[in-house]
Write a protein that binds this ligand. Structure first.
Ligand code: DP6
Length: 358
C-alpha cells in the first residue's frame, strides 16, 4: 500500500544535546564537506539541548524551517546537504498509530517542515548549531526510516550541517577524528567514554551574555585559516599531542591533566583568534575575571581545583573534580559576581551539571 489521500501528516520529535570542546576545532581543510584541520574532543552538555519536530505531508509545497518560533530560510547548502543525505537513505516507513505507509520512492517528492527550539541562548558560544544539526539529522533519519550503512555515518551527515554537530550525537566524552579521506567518510565522531565513566566531574555553565556573537565561528575560522600562522602551528604540532594526552586524562579521570589541557587549549584557541587579521575577540571582561579567579585559586592550591573553557563567545564552561570543590567554586563566583537581591539562586544547584547567569 502506498500513500493514500492528501490529508495526512507524519511527524517525529527528537532532542539532542549541545557540547563543549575541551580540545577545540578551529579551521577547515574543506569548506563544503566541513573537514577540519585537526581532531577535537568535547563533553556533551546534557542540560543544553535542541528539541526538533520534523513533519512531512503531501500538502507541503516546499521545505520550511522555524528556529525558536521564527521562520528562517532552508536554502542554505548546509540544510540542503543534510536533508538530501537522509532522503537518499530513506526506506519504507509504516506509521504505527495510523498504519499509513510511505514507500521508499515517495520520500523524494515529499517536503519537510522543521520546527526547532533551543533551551539556551542561540549563537552565544554555547554551540547551538551543534545541538540543532545533530537533532535535525537524528529526527529526519527517524522520520524517514534511514539507517546507517557504516558506524558513524549520521555523525558525518550532521558534520555537513556544522562541524561541531557531529560530536553531539553521542553522550559523555566524544572525539571527532579529523579523518584522512577526501570524501569525509572517516571524519566522524566516536564516544571516548560514557558520562558515567567520570561520575564525580561537575560542569558549571556560567552564562555571561546571551547576546548573539559578532563573528560567527564559520566566518571566524575561515579568516584564521587564511591569516593566522599560530593556527597552523596549533593544528599540526600542538593539537595532535594534546588529543592523545586528553584521551588518557579522561580514561584515567586525571583531573589535574584534564584541567591543564582544557585551560591551555581554550587560551590557545583565543590566542589564535587574536592572531587572526583582523583580530577576533570572543571573550569579554567578565570572561577574563573568571579566568583570573580559576588561575589564582589553582596557583594558590598548587594543583588545579577547577578548569575553564570558552568557545566562540564570552560564556564560560567550568569544571570541578567533585561536588565539594564545585560548591567552593560557586561560592567564589558568587562573591565576585554577587547576585541581585531578588535573584533566584535556588537554581544554582550543584549536580553533575549546573547553569548560572552572571
Ligand atoms: C569554537 O561547528 O560552529 O565551538 O563547522 O563552520 O559550523 P562550522 O563551525 P562550528 O565551530 C565550532 C568552533 C568552536 C570549537 C569546537 O566546538 O570545537
Amino acid at each position: 500500500m502506498g500513500i493514500a489521500g492528501n490529508d495526512w501528516v507524519l511527524m517525529k520529535t527528537a532532542r539532542a544535546p549541545s557540547n563543549i570542546a575541551v580540545i577545540k576545532y578551529w579551521g577547515k581543510r574543506d569548506e563544503k564537506l566541513i573537514l577540519p584541520i585537526n581532531s577535537s574532543i568535547s563533553v556533551t552538555l546534557d542540560y543544553l539541548f535542541a528539541t526538533t519536530t520534523v513533519a512531512v505531508g503531501p500538502s507541503f509545497t516546499s521545505d520550511r524551517l522555524w528556529l525558536n518560533g521564527k521562520e528562517v530560510s532552508m536554502e542554505s547548502e548546509r540544510y540542503k546537504n543534510c536533508l538530501q543525505q537522509i532522503r537518499s537513505r530513506a526506506t519504507d516507513v509504516t506509521d504505527e498509530k495510523t498504519g499509513l505507509v510511505v514507500k521508499k520512492e515517495d520520500w523524494k517528492d515529499l517536503h519537510v517542515h522543521v520546527a526547532s527550539r533551543n533551551n539556551f541562548p542561540t549563537a552565544a558560544g554555547l554551540a547551538s548549531s551543534a545541538a540543532g544539526f545533530a537533532c535535525l539529522v537524528y529526527a529526519l533519519a527517524h522520520l524517514m526510516g534511514a539507517k546507517e550503512t557504516y558506524e558513524g555515518e549520521f555523525s558525518a551527515i550532521a558534520r555537513l550541517g556544522s562541524g561541531s554537530a557531529c560530536r553531539s550525537l553521542y553522550g559523555g566524552f566524544v572525539k571527532w577524528n579529523m579523518g584522512k579521506e577526501d570524501s569525509g567518510r572517516d571524519s566522524i565522531a566516536t564516544q571516548i567514554v560514557e558520562k558515567d565513566h567520570w561520575k564525580d566531574l561537575v560542569i558549571i555553565i556560567a552564562v555571561v551574555s546571551s547576546r548573539q556573537k559578532e563573528t560567527s565561528s564559520t566566518a571566524g575560522m575561515q579568516t584564521s585559516v587564511k591569516t593566522s600562522p599560530l593556527l597552523h602551528h596549533r593544528a599540526e604540532v600542538v593539537v595532535p599531542k594534546r588529543i592523545e594526552q586528553m584521551e588518557q586524562a579522561i580514561l584515567k579521570q586525571d583531573f589535574a591533566t584534564f584541567a591543564k589541557l582544557t585551560c591551555a587549549d581554550s587560551n590557545q584557541f583565543h590566542a589564535t583568534c587574536l592572531d587572526t587579521s583582523p583580530p577576533i575577540f570572543y571573550m569579554n571582561d567578565t570572561s577574563r575575571r573568571l579566568i583570573g579567579l580559576v588561575e589564582k585559586w589553582n596557583a594558590h592550591e598548587g594543583t588545579p581545583q577547577a578548569a575553564y573553557t570558552f568557545d566562540a563567545g564570552p560564556n564560560a564552561v567550568l569544571f570541578a573534580p567533585n561536588n565539594e570543590v564545585a560548591k567552593s567554586l560557586l561560592q567564589r563566583i558568587l562573591y565576585l559576581f554577587p547576585p541581585a537581591a531578588d535573584a533566584d539562586i535556588s537554581k544554582y544547584v550543584i549536580g553533575d551539571q549546573s547553569i548560572m547567569e552572571l
